[in-house]
Design a protein. Structure first.
Lengths: 375, 375
């Protein structure tokens, strides 16, 4: 049997599906052929776009690029990390004509985005948080992330000046490296103000579990903590509960000052608008999108919420001095000697890790002064 | 005796229509659930249209988009079928016990533990046995664990008098906590840093797609399970006994039916199906067990089972319909700017209207041939 046509049943069906889609969506093909600068970009979020947290930070970034000329933005929220997200990506590609996709949740990377990238080699995929590795992952994919630990260090400085009980609290989702690094940075920031400060941590076990987050916040305050921060998908519950109990709050992911009013000290926020703008500019000019894009405060990937009224003049001075040092690129949060909270030396006296040090990506210890355990 | 004599006389009196009468009676009885179901869906859609009008959008556009996104092209149909696949099995987990009069709502627990059991049982056999054998091992392990989990709720119900609805729901939370414990501890792949998972299955050991379609084998397994369940309930004596016990437990006990064994047996089979859904998630989609297994399939299954009136064959079209609604949800978000909750509002409205329309059964003479004779 010789093959007469390079078309099997599957190709044929896909082609007819594409034809149908083109029929139902007038203008789709027109817009693709129109100009190089016209670009349809898809954003996928794991939770609601207005969660005062992780997803809102990305949606705010998407809103920035929506205003750029030639950009059509398509967004979908509450997409679970299952076959659903694969189909959402395909739907954006097939029905909306998207050629650049930003699946923003960590769990979208493997296997979902990698499967779609293999199936659609002409579409560009950029994922938030993943560790793109050359040779291991397809060239049309990539990952971007921000070093937000320094932001939590600055949060810690504000907390260190605000606390009277010398106990601060951290509501954490899961004991994974990204979260653990934030907890440690927060305490190290506070200890740079007063080395007697301790930080109690409670892991809720889930990324989004409002009831447990409220319980954890109350438990921390009941134990004497008077400044609270967190690393969960939506800090809304933690922030409102803590402020309602009269504790100070340091924000995370997005600006939560509207939820805590004068109890809000500052917050470590993502600045995805800058990151997405750069990606889009590169794509529109026909350049090659980066495969491994990372940065911190000085690169404009992360920003701090404006300091609240409760921050003392002294606190403001130290905060701004440290921020300036971070911006100069000479600051490192994890500078030896550092012991973990079991007494083992984890960073030797001669070591100072830069923010992009690979050792920090697999952090599994809690530093001395953190009350809690990862297991 | 008189009835037997009467019947032929009636047929003679009815003349030419005599041969059509049994067919009409058969049709009338079958038409009742279909007609009432369709009317309920129409009422639900009408109410939902009012809701859409209230937020200032066009219901016509919305329904067009739902058709395009759910069933309007081959891509959309495959999208809907992929989403329907896990719902077939989780709906059976609700429908089978419901025939015994039990309301089990904890299928989610069996799904996640089934997934963990499947991933754990696969580990020693990768590279040792051929893939097909591995799938059998994984499937059996998942069904046994899922069966024990839901069967335990049935056991508690019959032997300890614990309400099965509450116990199955609470067991689901315990199951998710257990899954987190296993996945973040004992079974964790050390390479999974920021998303704790079990060791991923190699590519050759993944349950692939149905040939010619972009839908995994879980769909076929689900359809087969629905057909087998229908046979079990409607044709076997075991299913007949279960239906008797579901109608009246006391009567069944007086007849000497083993009600306890029936309850534990049916809940165990139901849990086995939900566990199998977890195995398919691992083997066909995720490649490993992790927190993404708790994607809510167990809860959507409740909706499917109730809409299908606990008829295993009706579960097939209902699951595909809900898969389509979920598939089109993304398009509605992207094209109309409506939030993700829109689809949930539609599902909720349909659910309530369909439950409400249950009261229509037996009220219309046209569907009841026994009443025709008297008139």
């Amino acid at each position: 049997m010789t093959k007469l046509l390079p078309m099997n049943r599957r190709n044929f069906l896909q082609a007819s599906a594409a034809g149908l889609a083109a029929g139902t969506v007038p203008g789709l093909f027109g817009s693709q052929a129109m100009a190089q600068t016209a670009l349809t970009v898809g954003f996928i979020y794991v939770g609601p776009k207005d969660d005062y947290g992780y997803n809102q930070a990305h949606a705010e970034g998407a809103a920035v690029i929506k205003k750029m000329p030639g950009i059509t933005l398509v967004e979908e929220e509450n997409v679970p990390e299952t076959v659903d997200v694969q189909k959402t990506m395909e739907s954006m590609i097939n029905l909306d004509g998207a050629t650049l996709l930003f699946p923003t949740s960590f769990g979208y990377f493997d296997p979902h985005m990698l499967a779609m990238a293999a199936k659609y080699p002409k579409i560009q995929f950029r994922h938030c948080g993943g560790l793109w590795t050359e040779g291991k992952h397809p060239a049309n994919t990539g990952s971007y992330f921000g070093y937000i630990g320094q932001g939590q260090y600055l949060n810690g400085i504000a907390a260190g000046y605000a606390t009277k009980s010398k106990k601060i609290g951290f509501v954490a989702a899961k004991p994974i490296p990204q979260v653990v690094q934030n907890i440690n940075s927060f305490l190290l920031g506070a200890r740079s103000v007063d080395p007697t400060i301790t930080c109690q941590v409670i892991f809720t076990g889930e990324w989004s579990l409002a009831v447990k987050e409220a319980e954890a916040t109350n438990a921390l305050i009941d134990q004497g903590a008077d400044v609270i921060t967190c690393h969960v998908d939506s800090p809304k519950v933690v922030v409102e509960t803590a402020a309602g109990r009269g504790a100070f709050v340091c924000g995370y992911h997005a600006n939560q000052s509207a939820l805590a009013k004068d109890k809000y000290l500052t917050g470590a926020e993502w600045a995805w608008g800058n990151v997405y703008t750069n990606f889009i500019k590169t794509a529109q000019s026909g350049g090659k999108l980066g495969n491994f894009v990372r940065g911190g405060l000085k690169d404009g990937f992360v920003k701090m919420s404006p300091l609240g009224p409760a921050v003392s003049a002294e606190g403001r001075k130290k905060f701004e001095a440290t921020l300036a040092e971070i911006m100069s690129g000479k600051f490192s949060v994890f500078k030896g000697p550092i012991k973990d909270n079991k007494g083992n030396v984890v960073v030797t006296a001669s070591t100072a890790f830069a923010e992009d040090a690979i050792e920090l990506e697999s952090m599994g210890y809690l530093v001395e002064g953190v009350v809690g355990s990862t297991s | 005796m008189t009835a037997e004599v009467n019947d032929p006389r009636l047929s003679i009196a009815a003349g030419g229509s005599a041969s059509f009468r049994p067919l009409l009676e058969w049709l009338a009885r079958r038409a009742e659930p279909v007609a009432i179901g369709l009317v309920a869906i129409l009422i639900g859609l009408a109410l939902f249209s009012l809701f859409i009008l209230a937020v200032g959008k066009s219901p016509v556009t919305l329904f067009q988009l739902m058709y395009t996104g759910g069933f309007g092209s081959w891509f959309s149909i495959q999208n809907s079928l992929s989403r329907a696949a896990p719902l077939l099995l989780t709906a059976l987990c609700v429908a089978l016990p419901a025939r015994l009069g039990l309301v089990i709502i904890g299928a989610e627990g069996a799904v996640v533990l089934g997934g963990v059991a499947a991933a754990a049982s696969a580990m020693p056999f990768i590279g040792v046995v051929p893939p097909i054998m591995l799938f059998v091992f994984m499937g059996v392990a998942a069904m046994v664990v899922g069966g024990i989990w839901i069967g335990f709720a049935g056991f508690l119900r019959h032997y300890r008098g614990v309400n099965e609805t509450i116990s199955s729901l609470l067991l689901a939370y315990i199951a998710i906590a257990l899954m987190n414990q296993f996945v973040e501890g004992l079974l964790r792949d050390p390479a999974s840093l920021n998303k704790p998972s079990t060791k991923p299955l190699p590519k050759d050991y993944m349950l692939g797609q149905i040939p010619g379609m972009d839908v995994h084998w879980g769909l076929v397994i689900g359809v087969v399970a629905c057909i087998l369940s229908w046979v079990l309930i409607e044709i076997t004596s075991f299913g007949f006994a279960a239906r008797i016990a579901g109608g009246n437990v006391r009567a069944a006990q007086i007849q000497g039916l083993p009600v306890g064994k029936l309850i534990v047996g049916f809940t165990a089979i139901a849990g086995g199906f939900a566990g199998l859904a977890g195995m398919i998630e691992v083997a066909a989609v995720q490649g490993s067990a992790n927190a993404s297994l708790a994607a809510g399939y167990g809860y959507t299954g409740i909706l499917v089972a109730f809409l299908a009136r606990h008829n295993p064959l009706a579960i097939i079209p209902v699951a595909i319909l809900l898969g389509g609604i979920s598939a089109s949800g993304g398009l509605i978000q992207r094209r109309m700017g409506l939030p993700d909750a829109t689809v949930l509002v539609l599902q909720g409205t349909l659910f309530i209207v369909i439950l409400f329309c249950e009261t229509f059964y037996g009220r219309f003479k046209i569907f009841n041939p026994d009443l025709w004779k008297r008139s």
